[in-house]
Design a binder for this molecule. Structure first.
Ligand code: 8GT
Length: 134
């Protein structure tokens, strides 16, 4: 059964998206990803995202402030991407070695895991990345 992974495109007031760089020693080390992680047994995806954003960035997000926007999958992983525009607290990296606000149109220029490359490319092709700036 594939692992379900939830990830957040957190969007700031200027329409930029928060990306984090995976640290050495982890799968996909050095690549930029949307903050998030694996859904645990018994969790709803939105609850898992609230937990992951608290653990990884130290922010508090309400389940109702997230909106599921796309997904990408292999036989091993299903990656669910949410947009998130409201949170409490300042973002501090605890699972990443660097955080960066990225302009959506330039996301594809960051080295990313294969699933993210596919996801971002599809959103660019479908001109849906500007949703991030709505
Ligand atoms: N968070 C996140 N994970 C992603 C993305 N794209 C992608 O392929 N993944 C993969 O999904 C998996 C998520 O695992 P993770 O290590 O972040 O999960 P986790 O926070 O639950 O950590 P843990 O299993 O080390 O406790 C990794 O293999 C990661 O490389 C993405 O955009 N965000």
């Amino acid at each position: 059964m594939p692992t379900i992974v939830v990830a957040a495109g957190s969007i700031d007031a200027d329409g930029r998206v928060m990306m984090q760089r995976r640290p050495a020693g982890k799968a996909h080390a050095g690549l930029w990803e949307f903050p998030g992680g694996k859904v645990e047994v018994g969790e709803a995806p939105s609850e898992a995202l609230v937990r992951e954003l608290r653990e990884e960035l130290g922010i508090v997000v309400d389940v109702t402030s997230q909106c599921s926007i796309d997904f990408a999958a292999t036989e091993h992983v299903i990656l669910l991407l949410f947009a998130c525009r409201c949170w409490q607290g300042d973002m501090i990296a605890s699972a990443a070695d660097e955080l960066r606000w990225a302009v959506p149109a330039y996301l594809a220029e960051l080295p990313m895991p294969p699933l993210d490359v596919a996801l971002v490319q599809r959103m660019l092709d479908q001109r849906r990345l500007d949703r991030f700036t709505l």
